[in-house]
Design a protein around this ligand. Structure first.
Ligand code: C2E
Ligand code: MG
Ligand code: MG
Length: 747
């Protein structure tokens, strides 16, 4: 029964339209009024028609005239569904001017899709003819124009018995306009319930409507606000002049816009961005005021700025530590859902401090900005592994952290992927920098740890990555290191060791061992003092284990001082005996100790105190120490050299071994690293290196000593190539002083 309704009398034409009109302002809506009038006219015309059609036959002509003149589109249809009469309105509405509608089937005026159902309905003789309306609320019913166009209609049907003929009077109302109005009302109603707070007052400023956002933003329920004036929200922060200016603008321009402080129901004052618009009738008379506002403490630019400051690093614009934590938490949650691995990369520039110290902070900042840019662009290069939104953040200083997500489900593959990205970044950062028109080279070290969902906490991940970074630094910088549990265990042990080391000096657990150094005729010409830590529980601890720790914690300063002092005391003792008077004593000095401001004075003071011949003391420095700051090293070395102290370059061959700086250093000796000596017999490469070092020493006029000599074969090779001195287990291990002195006694 498509499109048809049993609705009773035609007065239902006034029925409620489909839109939620109760949602709209209570005042009668101006746009609806003409429609209602239209409907009334329709009913009246209908009644008149019925009366005229029931009239005696002689007034048939009158009836026809009345029908034609009726202000409503009207048709008369016989029981076969044929149109017998149509008035001018109907002809115009359906596009059949000139009276050619009679004879058409009523279905010709209905779009195809309604026809079958309509025909069935009409043919159903069971149903007694009655008044009905088609196209009422909710049910769409359409008319079909001669040109094929459709238009929404409301149709009134009135059955009528004319003598022995039963006809139906059909009146049609084109409701296109009404539909549009309904649509508008529906849109308005939805728009009214937007995110912005809305308030509608009448012309007297009495609140007549508010929306739900109003309630959400101010805390006042609709029932509490309606009937009041907006003064309800006044914060007391604006004087009367403010409100006067506001109303003057509304009067003049029809609207006002600005920031206003209001008070919520709970007493809290807040800033809102308010727009007030006057609603006027066509004649200009104002009927309502509509206010729209948003809480700008929530979405203002000021807030965006606060957010930026709170979550981004002002120098590089990268996320800061706080945002990193948020992102990491998200990444952990995502990883948990997807089962994929992620990685945290911790990176630190290798020589940032030098740049900052020598060229100033502005240049340092430039470098950091460029590093940030390179990290981001490298990640964005559309790699198959990295993603454009992988987070790069700056923790401060020259420390950056990257979160890589969506790596493989397999830990091994994920590690390979993370290493791949890490290597790419490492290469990108190692390219030269142009800073204030000067080229600068900078490398970075990376610590990497993998994560897999919630198994890991943010803190422990960052710690792991940091630890791995530390390993990377230890491994010589400009490199990548992964965290693994063994690393963690090493850290724990390190902490325990550090605590013990702090007490070692006081508890007299440190002592020096002496390893003889011999000349080409196998005569002991001196010794290297090597530190030992006699730990009450762990036994003797090798310096390789605790010297780096002492360096890092600064404990190397008191320890190094103790070593020098003990060495000087020993030289003093030796100076009193003919067998030991001519011995040299070599002492290892580490970078931090050598670089401390008072180092030269400290050595001078010790030499004075013990009153010893400075030429008996030899200082061993490593290549990396020298390289770090060549100019400062030279100054210090020269100062010490002037007193009479000599220098040996320890572990020679493992570092840069560059002739250019070697020539500038006031050195006395090169010490071939034991790693080259060890493999002399098997590794032709090492043999070549050793030969080169000896030649280099000769060229520079330096004495050459080989350490780690364990076999006669090694000794033979070294001697054959012109090495001057030797040290190694072949002659003696490092031993306590008494034992060393016994070595000096003739066999
Ligand atoms: P180094 O200065 O290169 O010392 C030589 C190391 O080689 C010593 O290890 C020594 O025991 C070892 N050695 C000597 N001959 C042989 C050999 O024939 N075969 C093998 N395999 N090894 C041999 P040690 O005593 O464990 O010292 C290790 C490092 O610790 C030293 O390397 C030095 O860099 C550092 N160190 C030792 N004492 C001190 C100190 O008082 N101050 C500072 N700053 N560092 C020290
Ligand atoms: Mg040494
Ligand atoms: Mg060495």
């Amino acid at each position: 029964m498509a499109g048809l309704h049993d609705t009773g009398s035609p007065c239902h034409l006034l029925g409620t339209p489909a839109c939620p009109i109760h949602e709209l302002p209570r005042e009668p809506n101006a746009r609806l009024e003409p429609l209602e009038t239209q409907n009334k006219t329709l009913i009246q015309a209908h009644a008149a028609l019925e009366t005229s059609l029931r009239a005696p036959r002689e007034s048939e002509e009158n009836a026809r005239l009345i029908l034609r003149a009726a202000p409503v589109a009207t048709l008369v249809m016989n029981r076969h569904g044929r149109i017998t009469q149509a008035n001018a309105h109907a002809e115009q509405m359906f596009g059949y001017p000139g009276g050619n509608m009679a004879g058409l089937a009523i279905e010709d005026l209905i779009p195809e899709r309604f026809r079958a159902a309509h025909r069935d309905y009409r043919g159903n003789t069971e149903r007694p003819p009655q008044h009905r309306i088609m196209g009422m609320a909710g049910e769409d019913f359409y008319g079909l124009r001669a040109d094929g166009g459709e238009f929404p209609v409301e149709v009134g049907l009135s059955p009528l018995q004319l003598g022995d003929e039963r006809v139906v009077v059909v009146s049609i109302n084109d409701i296109t306009e009404r539909k549009r109005a309904e649509e508008d009302l529906r849109i308005t109603a939805i728009a009214f319930e937007s995110q912005a707070g809305m308030i509608v007052t009448n012309a007297d400023g009495i609140i007549v409507r508010v929306n739900q956002s109003f309630t959400r933003l101010t805390g006042y329920a609709a029932a509490e606000a309606i009937g009041q004036t907006p003064a309800l929200l006044r914060s007391g922060r604006h004087d009367n002049g403010f409100y006067q200016r506001m109303w003057a603008a509304i009067r003049d321009k029809g609207f006002w816009q600005g920031e206003i402080w209001n008070r919520r129901r709970n007493g809290k004052i807040y800033a809102e961005w308010l727009t007030i618009t006057a609603v006027a009738k066509p004649g200009g008379e104002i009927t309502h005021y509509v206010g729209t506002f948003s809480d700008i403490t929530q979405n203002s630019e000021a807030e965006a700025e606060i957010h930026r400051l709170a979550y981004y690093d002002p120098l590089t614009q990268l996320p800061n530590r706080r945002l990193l934590h948020d992102r990491l938490a998200q990444a952990l949650a995502c990883g948990c859902r997807s089962r994929r691995h992620g990685a945290v990369l911790f990176l630190d520039l290798d020589n940032f401090k030098t740049l900052n110290d020598t060229r100033g902070h502005a240049v340092g900042d430039q470098l950091l900005t460029e590093v940030a840019r390179r990290l981001q662009t490298t990640l964005r290069e559309g790699d198959t592994v990295s993603r454009p939104d992988d987070t790069v953040s700056r923790l401060g200083g020259d420390e950056f952290v990257l979160i890589l997500e969506d790596l493989s489900e397999s830990a091994e593959e994920a590690a390979v992927q993370a290493r791949h990205i890490g290597e790419k970044l490492r290469h990108a950062l190692a390219l030269p920098y142009d800073l204030a028109n000067r080229e600068f080279h900078c490398t970075a070290s990376f610590g990497i740890t993998l994560f897999h969902g919630h198994d890991d906490s943010i803190e422990s991940l960052l710690k792991q990555a940091d630890l791995a970074l530390y390993q990377a630094k230890n491994a010589g910088r400009n490199t990548l290191r992964f965290f693994d549990p063994a690393m963690q265990a090493a850290l724990d042990e390190r902490s325990a060791l550090e605590a013990d080391l702090r007490r070692a000096l006081k508890r007299r657990q440190l002592r020096l061992c002496y390893q003889p150094q011999l000349d080409s005729r196998r005569r002991i010409i001196g010794a290297e003092a090597l530190l030992r830590w006699e730990h009450p529980q762990r036994g003797s601890i090798a310096p390789d284990v605790f010297i780096p720790l002492a360096e890092e914690t600064g404990l190397i300063l008191p320890i190094g001082h103790w070593v020098l002092q003990t060495a000087c005391a020993q030289l003093k003792t030796w100076s009193g005996k003919a067998t030991t008077r001519d011995l040299h004593l070599a002492v290892n000095v580490s970078a931090r100790q050598f670089r401390q401001p008072g180092f030269v004075a400290e050595v001078e003071a010790l030499l004075d105190d013990y009153d010893i011949d400075p030429s008996r003391l030899k200082i061993e420095l490593t290549e990396s120490l020298v390289i770090d700051n060549v100019a400062d090293t030279i100054t210090r070395m020269q100062a010490l050299k002037a007193i009479g102290i000599s220098f040996s370059m320890d572990d020679f061959g493992t570092g840069f071994s560059s002739l250019s700086y070697l020539k500038r250093l006031p050195l006395d000796q090169l010490k071939i690293d034991r790693s080259f000596v060890r493999d002399l017999a098997h590794d032709p490469n090492d043999a070549a290196i050793v030969q080169t070092i000896i030649t280099m020493g000769r060229t520079l006029g330096l004495n050459v000593i080989a350490e780690g000599v364990e076999s006669e074969a090694q000794l033979e090779f070294l001697a054959g190539h012109g090495c001057h001195a030797y040290q190694g287990y072949l002659f003696s291990r490092p031993v306590p002083v008494k034992e060393f002195e016994r070595l000096l006694e003739p066999a």
